[in-house]
Design a protein around this ligand. Structure first.
Ligand code: ATP
Ligand code: MG
Length: 329
């Protein structure tokens, strides 16, 4: 029995979450879903975008599913990441049929460090001439994220981890990150290979030979940028899931927001949310259910009959969810 905290949030977050929960209920796994409020509507009703009750719920769960939040997205998700100590951001780059993917053969994971780098230290005012920001890279956080990447590779039959940095210029901070990469790699010798590239070269390789990647591990800012480049390689927002992993919990969410322009119309693509749930199954080590769900999603996409408008179809959110359920084993 897994306790899952469900935070649908605003706009299409609610719509895609409903479809997603129905799919999860159709699997042969015992879930206990508990619902929490967060986001713009929650702020209007309760005076805060992320109530303590929701934070507690998330902390006590085995994993969380998050839909989307509107204007309050940054507050809600940044706070949840901090409260749950979610140190790794996972963004799969996977091509699916009948989507707008630029490449049809991609399947790799970008593992981004989410607790330090240039985003964490507050920027300082400097002089009238300019400003200054600090970049923090620690041995501990580097080891934790790199270890996670290698472990992920091992658990998912990936044969190589690519460390991405800019150690030629950022000799001290990224020099450390690179040093830790090769230190950790020793523990996986014979199981998982290691290589490393500069971030600028990687940005190019993602276009010229993206199929050569299996698992990329990198620091906060580089991961942020490369993740969106990866999303661009495989098409629309309606197809991109993500995971946030902590030492004692995890949160899975689609990359898209609350999409006010289509909210309430029942036409949002639930695939990104359902693929996020599939990542949750992987995290819970429910590999059989994960495969079953992934195959069902592939079947629906391959058939190409029940697709939402963003993928060129005319189906509703609910219909796509039901089609996936019908395709389950
Ligand atoms: P927010 O303010 O919550 O971030 P947004 O307006 O930035 O919302 P996004 O959710 O980031 O909206 O989406 C940007 C565009 O992509 C919108 O036009 C939206 O309709 C479309 N879009 C996003 N997610 C989906 C989806 N799941 N299905 C279909 N279209 C989507
Ligand atoms: Mg947005």
């Amino acid at each position: 029995m897994y306790n899952i905290a469900v935070i649908p949030g605003d706009g299409i977050g609610k719509e895609v979450m409903k479809a997603c929960i129905n799919v999860l209920k159709s699997l042969d796994i015992d879930f206990n879903f508990t619902y929490g409020e967060a986001g713009d509507e929650c702020l209007l009703e309760n005076g805060e975008a992320l109530p303590d009750t929701t934070i507690e719920l998330a902390k006590n769960a085995d994993a969380c599913l998050f839909g989307a939040a509107g204007e309050t997205a940054a507050d809600v998700i940044v706070r949840l990441r901090q409260e749950l100590n979610l140190f790794a951001n996972l963004r799969p780059v996977k091509s699916y049929p009948n989507t707008n993917a630029l490449f049809n053969n991609l399947d790799f994971m970008i593992v981004r460090e989410n607790t330090e780098g240039i985003y964490v230290a507050k920027e300082e005012e400097y002089t009238e001439e300019g400003a200054i920001a600090r970049r923090i890279i620690t041995k501990k956080a580097s080891k934790r994220i790199i270890d996670y990447a290698f472990q992920f590779a091992k658990n998912n039959n990936k044969s190589k981890v690519t460390g991405v940095h800019k150690a030629n210029v950022l000799k001290v901070t990224d020099g450390l990150f690179k040093e830790v990469l090769y230190e950790v790699a020793k523990d996986y010798e014979g199981e998982v290979e290691v290589e490393d590239f500069y971030v600028d070269a990687t940005a190019m390789y993602l276009i010229t030979r993206p199929e050569s990647f299996e698992v990329i591990v990198t620091t906060n800012l580089f991961g942020d940028i490369l993740s969106d480049e990866g999303a661009g390689l495989v098409g629309g927002l309606g197809m991109i899931p993500s995971g946030n992993i902590g030492e004692d919990g995890a949160l899975f969410e689609p990359v898209h927001g609350s999409a006010p322009d289509i909210a309430g119309k029942g036409i949002a693509n639930p695939m990104a949310m359902i693929l996020s749930a599939s990542m949750m199954l992987n995290y819970l080590e429910e590999y059989e259910a994960e495969e079953n769900l992934n195959n069902a999603i592939l079947t629906v996409l391959n058939e190409g009959k029940v697709l939402t408008p963003d993928l060129g179809g005319t189906a509703t959110t609910t219909e796509v969810g039901e089609a996936i359920i019908s395709a389950l084993n």
